[in-house]
Design a protein. Structure first.
Length: 124
C-alpha cells in the first residue's frame, strides 16, 4: 500500500515527495463486518492476513452474538482456504459463509466503509 494522506512542502518549482511509512511493505489489515442493523465491527491486524487471522476474527464475531451469523465475504483467496472451511464446518450451527460474485466491489458494503475511512483520514 503506497497511499499517503496529508500535505507536504517543497521549494518553488520542485515536486513535493511524500514517503509511506515503512515503504510498500506495510502489513496492517482491517477486517470489517457490517451487520444487518448497519453496525460495523472490525479487527485491526498488525501482520499479514492469513487463514489463522481470519479464524480469529470469525471466532470473535460468533462470540459476540447469541444468534447464528451469516457472513458474506468477497473472494479473497484466504476466505476459501481449507483451514477456514474446516473451522466453519465444525461450527455450522453458529456461522455460515456466503461469497459475493467475483469482481463486484459495488455489492460489498465493506468497500464503502473503506472509502469512508480513507476519506476521514485524508480530511484530518
Amino acid at each position: 500500500n503506497t497511499d499517503v494522506r496529508g500535505r507536504c512542502d517543497a521549494p518553488a518549482g520542485k515536486t513535493p515527495v511524500a514517503f509511506a511509512v515503512g515503504g510498500t511493505r506495510q502489513k496492517l489489515s482491517i477486517l470489517a463486518a457490517v451487520t444487518n442493523k448497519a453496525e460495523a465491527r472490525w479487527m485491526i491486524i498488525d501482520d499479514a492476513f492469513n487463514a489463522e487471522k481470519l479464524i480469529e476474527c470469525l471466532a470473535a464475531l460468533i462470540k459476540s452474538t447469541k444468534h447464528k451469523g451469516f457472513l458474506i465475504l468477497d473472494n479473497l483467496r484466504v476466505h476459501h482456504s481449507p483451514l477456514v472451511k474446516a473451522w466453519v464446518a465444525k461450527r455450522s450451527k453458529k456461522i455460515e459463509l456466503f461469497y459475493l460474485p467475483s469482481d463486484s466491489p459495488e455489492l460489498n458494503p465493506e468497500e464503502r466503509l473503506n472509502a469512508d475511512l480513507k476519506h476521514a483520514i485524508g480530511s484530518k
